[in-house]
Design a protein around this ligand. Structure first.
Ligand code: 5GP
Ligand code: ZN
Length: 114
């Protein structure tokens, strides 16, 4: 996807602070953190929104969630707690149209979200 910001990050055309990478997934710091720890976990294939998921993507999405839980342990926030969020489309607050899982931690997060 030529004009996708996150695809450019995956291709290393834009610099980010990477916390995890394998053949399928990249995890890096959010540029505008909403919590002291705010990491984005993204698939390396371009999927614009959760609406584009097919059943075949289930293992990939499971691996995104597993990666977030692994990073939560690595950053020692798993006991205090953390939040994982996929935003979808306008009402969900999605601004980058390449699926990403937010990992937010190290402050008390409110519920319900605004
Ligand atoms: P969304 O609102 O789509 O759920 O989340 C998009 C996230 O991407 C936002 O939290 C935003 O701060 C982050 N973001 C936008 N542009 C960049 C960028 O160039 N680099 C990084 N690291 N994060 C970005
Ligand atoms: Zn993309």
């Amino acid at each position: 996807m030529i004009d996708c910001l996150f695809c450019k990050i995956i291709k290393k055309e834009l610099k980010v602070n990477i916390h995890f990478e394998n053949s399928d997934i990249l995890a890096f710091d959010d540029i505008n953190p909403q919590a002291p720890l705010h990491i984005l976990v993204i698939p390396k294939i371009h999927l614009a929104t959760l609406n584009d998921l097919k059943e075949k993507h289930s293992p990939l999405i499971g691996n995104l969630i597993f990666t977030a839980s692994m990073l939560a342990k690595k950053f020692k926030v798993s006991n205090d707690g953390y939040r994982t969020v996929f935003n979808c489309n306008n009402f969900g607050g999605q601004t980058i149209y390449h699926i990403h899982l937010h990992l937010l931690a190290n402050r008390q997060l409110s519920w319900p979200p605004g």
